[in-house]
Design a binder for this molecule. Structure first.
Ligand SMILES: CC(C)(COP(=O)(O)OP(=O)(O)OC[C@H]1O[C@@H](n2cnc3c(N)ncnc32)[C@H](O)[C@@H]1OP(=O)(O)O)[C@@H](O)C(=O)NCCC(=O)NCCS
Length: 203
């Protein structure tokens, strides 16, 4: 059977947006890249949404707070279809509860019993252990390892190569620095770095 490819717009026009564009190119012919929507063209895009009805979108922005703002703006304007973009080499258990607007890039390996919210970005070669809960609007950078039963409350940035040990909770909006090993719960809104991860000192 022949499927007509669905046009997908990428919200964002920076480097990460181009990486999402590359994933679309690498996908089987289900999706077709339709264009980038940068901050300056958002209004015109929303007008097009109201004229043309359902359009498929995915967010290509690497800062959790900005992902949330753009998501909120576009989700309330209805008629938009936030796809889950899953690279063919990414794997995860089919028992996962998966929201909308998530990106799984090449080499992501997520296992079983997962609950994943909306608008999360799983960058290259991230692993996610059993029964982890990922909230909304998280950015999980390349090579991060999230162990079993970890909870990310939402809007979290996990820096490249960091690890979160089993059963820990990363509070809403908290940031884990690149290369950190998190061995204790992290409070909402805080920034931790190092091995073992400690609160980043600010002057
Ligand atoms: C933790 C982080 C968010 C802090 O950013 P910031 O607030 O701009 O911090 P600064 O760069 O001003 O650094 C402040 C201090 O923390 C140190 N620091 C920064 N990041 C660190 C890290 N990941 N581990 C250990 N120390 C770190 C800096 O060396 C500096 O120390 P100094 O004051 O003794 O010189 C950021 O450095 C980080 O790790 N981001 C993740 C980036 C990432 O994953 N990139 C990959 C994209 S694909």
């Amino acid at each position: 059977m022949y499927h007509i490819p669905q046009n997908v717009f990428i919200l964002g026009d920076g480097g990460l947006a181009r990486e999402v564009g590359l994933i679309l190119e690498q996908m089987p012919k289900k999706w077709q890249f339709a264009g980038y929507v940068g901050p300056k063209s958002e209004d015109a895009f929303l007008e097009m949404v109201s004229n043309e009805g359902i359009l498929s979108v995915i967010i290509g922005i690497g800062i959790p707070r900005i992902r949330r703002i753009v998501y909120d703006r576009f989700i309330v304007n209805g008629g938009l279809n936030f796809i889950n973009l899953i690279h063919p080499s990414a794997t995860f258990g089919y028992d996962a509860h998966l929201g909308i607007g998530n990106v799984f890039t090449a080499g992501v390996q997520a296992t079983t019993g997962l609950r994943i919210g909306d608008n999360n970005y799983f960058n290259l070669n991230v692993t996610v252990g059993h029964d982890a809960q990922i909230g909304d609007h998280c950015v999980i950078n390349p090579g991060v390892h999230i162990s079993g039963h970890v909870i990310l409350e939402g809007e979290n940035l996990l820096g490249a190569g960091s690890q979160v040990l089993a059963g820990l909770t990363i509070g809403r909006g908290a940031i884990v620095g690149a290369g950190a090993v998190v061995t204790k719960n992290v409070d909402a809104g805080s920034v931790v770095v190092g091995i073992p991860a400690k609160l980043m000192e600010r002057e």
